[in-house]
Design a protein. Structure first.
Length: 440
């Protein structure tokens, strides 16, 4: 029996995450790029790889209670195979039991894992038999950790921050499927024309409930296969990132500095706010990301952007007090985008302690580029207060020439008194912090 190519691709992506520290989305893209997969096979491989990463703690608990040895003793590749099988049995409705089990057994054989085929068959058959039995937990927080597949330390932190009821809503929201949100490139086309174009290519298009010129789309397959994408008529951007650009509110003719710009989405959105007039200096510390931003700007027809290799924490005297708007979307823990990058949940919470110092350094440096009366935006894709208002409150204490500035956002948000944390369970967006300050 040949090993199913889609399941093997999922296994390869998960192994790359484990061996190389890769993100599952990047590992998947690389594996699928190397394989001439049909759309269906690519979708199946993606669902398994994402699903296993998203539900790893839950799957491991089911696997553990069907083992006669400690799960940590298993060869890592064998454990990945068991997770793939268990995910299909427990969380995929339309996969027959025999298909899930037999394919996992064949993968174990194909990878020459000693005496593993029998173990895989026995464990997965046992998981199937016991799927109706409830898991046993030592306390409610352990139960929430396992049922939502978030490490206990993160569950404890979110519970302390939000209370048990809302923390559970946040954790469950991280595991829910999310729509792809796109923004119309108003430099090239209006929203109505874009919708007609996409629907003509077989894409399901729904207007975003409260963001102008934005849509939720599905049924796209590969974006690169869409003529509307290749011609630069839209870009993919979560509502939260779009809101950061709206908070910055650059006008036509402004000089804008995007201090940590990659992959470029906020720079692109601001160029559209500016009607392509003015200048945006989009900086990043990694050279390969500059090429991605240049390619994106070219596809979208944005001529007012200049990309530059620059360290956000190192001052450039030539830019002192020159910018009308400076945007600092700083490196962060990423805990607001777990629903897109499920691997982020497994970060060691202790490793995040040093981030606010780095963020503060970048914000302090970038503030020196803001002209008198200009705007400074600080944003992150995390929900932790020490990386968000903790940084901006401390910054304002040290910089009396800056103040929080009230701004207006669309839809259910409305007026914001200087700063706001967006939450998936509250706003339907990524978890995101947006702060607007003015230099007086």
């Amino acid at each position: 029996m040949r090993v199913d190519r889609a399941r093997e691709a999922a296994l390869e992506a998960l192994a790359a995450c484990r061996r190389n520290g890769a993100w599952v989305d990047g590992a998947l893209k690389q594996v699928l790029r190397q394989s001439a997969f049909s759309g269906r096979d690519a979708a199946f491989a993606s669902r398994i790889a994402y699903g296993v990463m998203q539900n790893r703690i839950y799957l491991d608990r089911h696997i553990s209670r069907c083992l006669t040895q400690r799960i940590e003793k298993l060869e890592p590749l064998l454990l990945d195979i068991l997770r793939i099988g268990a995910y299909q049995l427990l969380l995929m409705d339309k996969v027959p039991v025999n298909a899930a089990v037999n394919e996992a057994v064949e993968m174990a054989k194909a990878h020459r894992l000693a005496r593993a085929a029998g173990l895989v068959n026995a464990v997965l058959r046992n998981i199937d038999r016991r799927r109706g039995e409830p898991l046993i937990f030592s306390d409610p927080l352990e139960g929430l950790s396992v049922q939502t597949s978030h490490p206990r330390a993160l569950v404890e932190r979110m519970t302390a921050l939000l209370g048990k009821e809302e923390a559970e809503r946040f954790l469950r929201a991280n595991n829910e499927p999310i729509p792809t949100v796109i923004q119309t490139n108003t430099l090239k086309v209006d929203a109505a024309t874009l919708r007609v174009s996409l629907e003509g290519e077989g894409v399901r298009v729904t207007p975003h409930p409260w963001l102008a010129d934005c849509f939720e789309i599905s049924g796209t397959g590969s974006l690169e296969s869409l003529r509307a994408w290749r011609e630069g008529r839209f870009m993919v951007q979560d509502a939260a990132a779009k809101l950061a650009a709206l908070a910055a509110a650059p006008k036509a003719g402004d000089f804008v500095i995007d201090a940590c710009a990659a992959p470029g989405g906020k720079s692109f959105a601001m160029a559209m706010c500016m009607e392509g007039q003015g200048k945006i200096l989009s900086c990043d510390v990694e050279a390969h990301k500059l090429r991605l931003m240049e390619a994106g700007a070219e596809r979208l027809g944005i001529a007012c952007m200049e990309v530059r290799l620059a360290n956000g924490s190192v001052f450039d005297e030539t830019l002192a007090e020159k910018a009308d708007v400076v945007v600092c979307d700083v490196p962060c823990s990423g805990l607001g985008i777990i629903r897109k990058k499920p691997d982020i949940r497994y970060k060691d919470m202790d490793s995040l302690v040093g981030l606010p110092a780095i963020q503060s350094t970048i914000l302090d440096n970038a503030s020196r580029y803001v002209r008198r009366g200009g705007t400074l935006i600080y944003s992150t894709c995390t929900v932790l207060p020490e990386e968000n208002e903790g940084v901006t409150d401390a910054f304002l204490c040290a910089h009396p020439d800056f103040t929080y500035d009230t701004f207006l956002l669309p839809g259910p948000i409305g007026a914001v008194a200087g700063h706001i944390t967006l939450w998936p369970q509250r706003h339907g967006t990524d978890g995101f912090y947006i702060c607007r300050m003015t230099r007086t």
